[in-house]
Design a protein. Structure first.
Length: 294
C-alpha cells in the first residue's frame, strides 16, 4: 500500500501558515473586486497533525469545537447552486438538528438557518481554475465574534433582530468532500488549545460589505502547542462540523475553531487527486445557554 494510503495514527508532520505579526497596524484584507485579494503576512510553522480516523467519537462540538459525523447525501455533484439550496440545504438541516440534539453538553436548537455555501477546488497546474475558491492554507477563523451579528443581519432578513436576542447562537460550518480526499486535507484545531492571546482580529473589505476575520499566531516557545487534527482519506460521507462562532462565553466552552488546508508530506510531488469540497454555513439559535439550565 502506498504511503499516502496508510492509516498513520501518529499523524503527519508538516508546516502550516500562521499569522506573522508585523508589529504595525494591520491593513484590511480586500476580497473581491478587480484586484487579487490582499492577504496578511504568514510564517510557515512545523506542526504534527494527528489522524482522528478510528477515534472520531472522541471529538465533539462541545469539547473541542469540531465533530465528524456520518451522513450520506443523495447528491454526488453540487455544481447546480440553486438545486443545492433547494434540496441539499434541507437534508443538512435535518442532519444538523439530529446531531446537535444528541451531542452531550449542548442544549437543543430552537431554530437552524442554512445561509450560504462555497465549493472549493484544488488548482491543477496548466488548467484553468474550476472554481473561484481553492483550499486556504493560512490558519484562520472566518468570522470574529463581533462580525457574527453582521452575518446574521445579512442572511436572516427581517428575523435577524429577534433571533440575535436569543440566549445563545452559533455559526457552524458543514464541510464535506465531494470525493475522497487524497491531497490538501483540511485540518482543524482543538479550540481550547488556542488561547485568545494567539488571535488577531483583522478587518475584511468585500465589494458590498465590511466584516472581521480572525488570524492566528503560532504558539510561543513557552506555551503548549496547538492541537491539530484531520481525518485521513476523508470521504463524502465523513462530514466535518466545526464552530466558526459560539456566543457562549462560559469558561471551558469552545467558541471558535481555527482551521486550514495543509500539504500532506507523505505524498510525492503531484501525487493525489485535486481536492474538491463543499461547505455550507448554518446559523443555529438556542433558547438556553447550557444544556443543564432549567
Amino acid at each position: 500500500m502506498a504511503a499516502s494510503q496508510e492509516n498513520h495514527r501518529e499523524g503527519v508532520t508538516t508546516t502550516i501558515d500562521y499569522f506573522d505579526d508585523p508589529g504595525v497596524p494591520l491593513i484590511p484584507m480586500v476580497i473581491g473586486g478587480p484586484e487579487k485579494p490582499k492577504r496578511q503576512p504568514k510564517i510557515a510553522t512545523p506542526v504534527t497533525i494527528k489522524n482522528v480516523r478510528g477515534q472520531e467519537d472522541s471529538f465533539t462540538l462541545d469539547k473541542q469545537g469540531f465533530q465528524y459525523v456520518k451522513h450520506k447525501s443523495k447528491f454526488t455533484s453540487f455544481d447546480d447552486a440553486e438545486l443545492v439550496k433547494r434540496e441539499h440545504y434541507p437534508e443538512l438541516e435535518v442532519m444538523l438538528r439530529e446531531v446537535l440534539e444528541n451531542t452531550k453538553g449542548l442544549p437543543k436548537p430552537s431554530s437552524i438557518h442554512m445561509m450560504t455555501h462555497i465549493q472549493r477546488y484544488s488548482p491543477v497546474e496548466g488548467e484553468a481554475p474550476k472554481g473561484p475558491a481553492g483550499p486556504l492554507y493560512g490558519v484562520h477563523v472566518d468570522q470574529s465574534f463581533a462580525a457574527a451579528e453582521g452575518v446574521g443581519q445579512r442572511w436572516l432578513g427581517d428575523r435577524a433582530e429577534e433571533l440575535l436576542r436569543k440566549p445563545r447562537y452559533m455559526i457552524i460550518n458543514i464541510w464535506r468532500p465531494v470525493q475522497t480526499i487524497t491531497r490538501d486535507p483540511l485540518a482543524v484545531c482543538d479550540a481550547l488549545s488556542v488561547p485568545d492571546s494567539d488571535l488577531v482580529f483583522v478587518p475584511v473589505q468585500f465589494p458590498d460589505h465590511k466584516t472581521e476575520a480572525v488570524e492566528v499566531k503560532p504558539p510561543r516557545a513557552t506555551e503548549a502547542p496547538h492541537r491539530w487534527y484531520f481525518m485521513d482519506r476523508q470521504t463524502p460521507e465523513d462530514v466535518l462540523l466545526f464552530k466558526q462562532v459560539d456566543s457562549c462565553a462560559t469558561p471551558g466552552v469552545p467558541r471558535r475553531t481555527p482551521h486550514c488546508a495543509f500539504k500532506d508530506t507523505r505524498l510525492a510531488e503531484g501525487e493525489g487527486e485535486p481536492r474538491q469540497s463543499i461547505e455550507i454555513r448554518a446559523f443555529v439559535f438556542f433558547d438556553q445557554v447550557l444544556a443543564d439550565e432549567e
